[in-house]
Design a protein around this ligand. Structure first.
Ligand SMILES: [Zn+2]
Length: 235
């Protein structure tokens, strides 16, 4: 009898919990507002010159699974604004573009990555988190005016020593391109990570808090092609 009462109590708690959870997840507008309210800006909105190549929104990434429901890229406003200036500078001075793999990453995703690859050289321990979780890091490469990625010596998320800035066994062309990427990013306040040529931290924002706010979902298919690169209202 006691067991039955306990089971009934558990089921009741489960129903209450699921109701709360479902109601929380159905408020897409609230989620969007929450990320925006935290001071984030969407890069596709702010920096139309970029070429989004958000691998975690596809299966073309080291987990071989689609991790994100959305291919929108977000950074905290101060980092996003500096990045916008970097993109303009790059275009004006070199006729090149940023091809962007990742920016803000929810902490729950960091935990998934850590479970797959618990190597602090390539994935930050979720106990401390990554600047990606604080909207202050970006993964990217350079692209030509046709959108083609330039040679960098390795692919994005190549977890080998060749991805490091100290790697010697890369071509002169790759070395030059890496240096160009670093030069432009550092000019605008982003710092290179020694083990990954594609990762840059906006160091000014190092003391902000790790977040687990979901990235707002993709727009519906009914939206026009022109709208696919736009982001939710920022007000
Ligand atoms: Zn990164």
């Amino acid at each position: 009898m006691l067991k039955t009462i306990r089971s009934a109590g558990f089921v009741l708690l489960l129903v209450v919990f699921m109701t709360l959870t479902v109601s929380g997840f159905t408020k897409d507008d609230t989620q969007t507002d929450t990320l925006t309210a935290k001071g984030f800006l969407c890069l596709q909105d702010l920096v139309p010159e970029i070429i989004p190549d958000v691998r975690y929104a596809t299966t073309n990434n080291f987990t071989h699974k689609q991790i994100y429901d959305s291919d929108r890229l977000y950074l905290l406003a101060p980092a996003a604004r500096q990045f916008k200036m970097a993109a303009r500078y790059l275009k004006i001075t070199s006729n090149l573009y940023f091809r962007v793999f990742d920016a803000y990453r929810p902490l729950s995703v960091q935990k998934k990555f850590w479970a797959i690859l618990p190597d602090p050289n390539f994935v930050a321990d979720p106990k401390t988190g990554s600047r990606h979780n604080r909207g202050a890091a970006i993964d990217l490469t350079l692209a030509d005016s046709e959108g083609n990625a330039l040679e960098m010596g390795t692919e994005f998320d190549d977890f080998t020593s060749l991805a490091a800035w100290s790697a010697e066994a890369i071509s002169d062309e790759a070395r030059q391109n890496r240096n160009k990427l670093k030069e432009v990013m550092e000019k605008f306040g982003f710092k290179a990570l020694p083990s990954e040529w594609w990762h840059f931290d906006f160091v000014e924002l190092q003391n902000t808090v790790n977040l687990d706010i979901p990235i707002p979902p993709k727009k519906q298919d009914a939206d026009s092609a022109d709208n696919q690169l736009t982001c939710p209202e920022q007000n």
